[in-house]
Design a protein around this ligand. Structure first.
Ligand SMILES: C[S@@+](CC[C@H](N)C(=O)[O-])C[C@H]1O[C@@H](n2cnc3c(N)ncnc32)[C@H](O)[C@@H]1O
Length: 213
C-alpha cells in the first residue's frame, strides 16, 4: 500500500531501522500465500509499533486483528520482561502461519492468541492494558474503542490503524459506505473525547494515537 510518492516512501524505508529477517520472511510468505497481503503492517509501520512498545515496555498489550502475526511480533519486541500480548483474530486458518513465525521470532511464549469475534472476546478479557492496537473490521471500531478504553490504564496508549482510509475520511460519503462512516465517526469522537489526548499520525493509512488521561 503506497500512500506517499515512491521516492519518499523508499527514502523513509532506507532511513528506518532494517526490518528483522524473520519479519522479512513473514512479509514474503504472506504475499506469496495469503489473501489480502496489503493488510500486513510492513517495514515502516512495523518499526514504529516496535519503537512505541520499546519506549513503553508494556506488561500487557491487546491487539485486535492479528492477520499473519506481523504486528504482534513488532509489539512483542518491546514487552517488559514479564509482559504478554493478547491478540484477537477471527480467522483460525491463519493460526499455522502465525505459529510458525512467532516460534521463529523467539517470542511465541509472549503472545496469547484468542480466536473469535473481537466483540465477543473483548468483554471476557480481564487484564488492564498498557497498550492497545485496533486493526480489524472497521465497522466496529467505535464499539471496540468504547469496550477497550475502560480496560486501559491511565497513561496507556490506544493505537488505531487505517483511520485515514486512503483519504476517504476527508470526503463526503458516497452511497453505502459503512466503513468510511464508522471511521469518520470514530475520528470525530476521539477528537472531542476528554478522556484521552490524541494525535492522528499520517503514517501509511493513518494511525490514531490516543493516550488515556
Ligand atoms: C488488517 S488485518 C490485521 C493486520 C495485522 N495487525 C498486521 O499489522 O500485520 C485485520 C485482521 O482482523 C481480522 N478480523 C476481521 N474481523 C474481525 C473480528 N470481528 N474479530 C476479530 N478479528 C477480526 C481479519 O481476519 C484480519 O486478519
Amino acid at each position: 500500500m503506497n500512500f506517499l510518492p515512491d521516492d519518499i516512501e523508499n527514502y523513509a524505508n532506507n532511513h528506518t531501522e532494517a526490518e528483522p529477517q524473520v519479519l522479512q520472511s513473514l512479509y514474503r510468505e504472506t504475499w506469496q500465500k495469503i489473501i489480502m497481503p496489503r493488510m500486513l503492517s510492513g517495514h515502516l509501520q512495523g518499526r514504529l509499533l516496535s519503537i512505541f512498545s520499546k519506549m513503553m515496555q508494556p506488561k500487557r498489550i491487546l491487539e485486535i486483528g492479528a492477520y499473519t502475526g506481523y504486528s504482534a511480533i513488532c509489539f512483542a519486541e518491546g514487552l517488559h520482561p514479564k509482559g504478554r500480548i493478547d491478540t484477537v483474530e477471527i480467522n483460525e486458518e491463519l493460526n499455522s502461519i502465525q505459529d510458525k513465525y512467532w516460534e521463529l521470532s523467539g517470542l511465541k511464549d509472549r503472545i496469547q492468541r484468542f480466536n473469535g469475534k473481537a466483540l465477543e472476546v473483548i468483554p471476557t478479557l480481564e487484564d488492564s492494558y498498557d497498550m492497545v492496537f485496533i486493526d480489524a473490521d472497521k465497522e466496529n471500531y467505535l464499539e471496540y474503542y468504547e469496550l477497550i478504553l475502560p480496560k486501559v490504564r491511565p497513561g496507556g496508549l490506544i493505537l488505531i490503524d487505517n483511520v485515514l482510509w486512503t483519504g476517504k475520511v476527508t470526503e463526503e460519503i458516497k452511497g453505502h459506505d459503512p466503513e468510511t462512516k464508522a471511521l469518520k465517526a470514530l475520528n470525530e469522537l476521539i477528537q472531542e473525547d476528554d478522556r484521552v489526548s490524541n494525535i492522528l499520525l499520517p503514517v501509511r493509512d493513518g494511525i490514531m494515537m490516543a493516550m488515556k488521561k
